[in-house]
Design a protein around this ligand. Sequence first.
Ligand SMILES: *[C@@H]1O[C@H](CO)[C@@H](O)[C@H](O)[C@H]1NC(C)=O
Ligand SMILES: *[C@@H]1O[C@H](CO)[C@@H](O)[C@H](O)[C@H]1NC(C)=O
Ligand SMILES: *[C@@H]1O[C@H](CO)[C@@H](O)[C@H](O)[C@H]1NC(C)=O
Length: 125
Amino acid sequence: MPSVSSLFVTALLSSIAAAQTHTGTLFNFVPGLGACGFTNTSSQTVASVSSQVFNSFPGAGPNPNNNPICKHSVTISHNGVNLTAPIVDFCAQCPQFNVGLSAVAFQKFAPLSDGIVPNVTWEIV
Ligand SMILES: *[C@@H]1O[C@H](CO)[C@@H](O)[C@H](O)[C@H]1NC(C)=O
Ligand SMILES: *[C@@H]1O[C@H](CO)[C@@H](O)[C@H](O)[C@H]1NC(C)=O
Ligand SMILES: *[C@@H]1O[C@H](CO)[C@@H](O)[C@H](O)[C@H]1NC(C)=O
C-alpha cells in the first residue's frame, strides 16, 4: 500500500520539522507585505525565518502565499523570555537559523539599539 506509507512518511517528516529546536541570532525585521501575503506592521507581533527554512518547510511550493509555514509560528526562548510569533515572511540573505522579530516583539528580548540577540533558542510550532 504505497500511498498509505507515503502519507505516513509525510506526516512524520512534518512533525519532525515542526518540533525541531534551533539556535540562532535574533534580529529586528521590519514587516510590510511579506512572503505569506499578509501586510503587517512593527507594532504587531510577527516573525520571519530564513529563505532556507521557509522554502524547505513540508508542503512549500512555487507560491509562497500558499506555504503551510504561513499557518505556523516560532516560539523563541532566551534568558527566561518566551515569546510566540506567527511566521509572515522570509529573509533572503540570512543565515539559516536566524529569526527576525518585529520591533514590538524584539523589544521583549533586548532594546532595539542592540540590533541583534545572539544565541536564542527557537522552534516552529
Ligand atoms: C498580519 O496581517 C494580516 C493581514 O494582512 C492580519 O490578518 C494578521 O492578523 C496580522 N498578524 C498579526 C499578528 O497582527
Ligand atoms: C515556551 O513556551 C512554549 C509554549 O507554551 C513551551 O512549549 C516551551 O516549553 C516554553 N519554553 C521555555 C524555555 O520555557
Ligand atoms: C550559547 O548558549 C549556550 C547554551 O546556553 C552556551 O553554552 C554558549 O556559551 C552560548 N554562546 C554565546 C556566544 O553566548
